[in-house]
Ligand binder design. Structure first.
Ligand code: ZN
Length: 179
């Protein structure tokens, strides 16, 4: 029986400007426990949340974090309501700014990361990036969906679901608990 490869865990809190000044690259796994909002938004996070981060100094001395984050989650198919696996992956390039005014002045290729002290919650940023990639409405491929009738009649429950997709997520999630 082979051992799984070792992967270090990322810290939740780090000092992005100091790391940028030093030109540090770090990679590792983000603890699911740091990602309550993503946990709430899906049925289950089924893969490790893996991130690669590079802290750098760009033009005009701007501090920048470039990176990627990925995982896989189970979300409900909105046609048959059975779970389906979706891979989430985000690439980002963030300008570390002190204020909203500074954020406005960033070049277009940088999204702002507002950090108004030395330390910052990088887990929150990575979770935001993953939440942004969650599909708003999702369906199984036709040959894998359990609601074949929905396909053959051309009915689309999307309109109803789109009003409150998270309501359905919550129902599914709660139906598995004891309360
Ligand atoms: Zn389905």
């Amino acid at each position: 029986m082979s051992m799984p490869p070792m992967r270090s865990f990322l810290p939740r809190i780090l000092e992005p400007r100091r790391l940028a000044h030093q030109g540090v690259a770090i990679s590792g796994e983000l603890d699911h426990a740091f990602c309550d909002r993503l946990t709430e938004a899906v049925i289950e996070i089924v893969e490790p949340i893996v991130a690669e981060l590079r802290f750098d100094t760009a033009e005009q001395g701007r501090r920048v974090m470039t990176g990627s984050v990925s995982t896989s989650v189970l979300i409900p198919c909105q046609r048959c309501l059975e779970a389906m696996s979706v891979a989430l992956s985000a690439d980002f390039r963030l300008g570390i700014v002190w204020s909203e005014e500074e954020a406005v002045s960033l070049p277009k290729d940088l999204d702002p990361w507002l950090v108004d002290s030395e330390a910052a919650d990088v887990a929150e940023v990575l979770e935001d990036e993953l939440l942004l990639t969650l599909p708003f409405v999702s369906y199984h491929p036709k040959d894998q969906c359990n609601d074949v009738a929905g396909y053959s009649t051309g009915e689309h429950p999307a309109e109803e679901s789109a009003k409150n997709p998270f309501g359905i997520l919550k129902q599914l999630k709660n139906s598995g608990s004891d309360n």
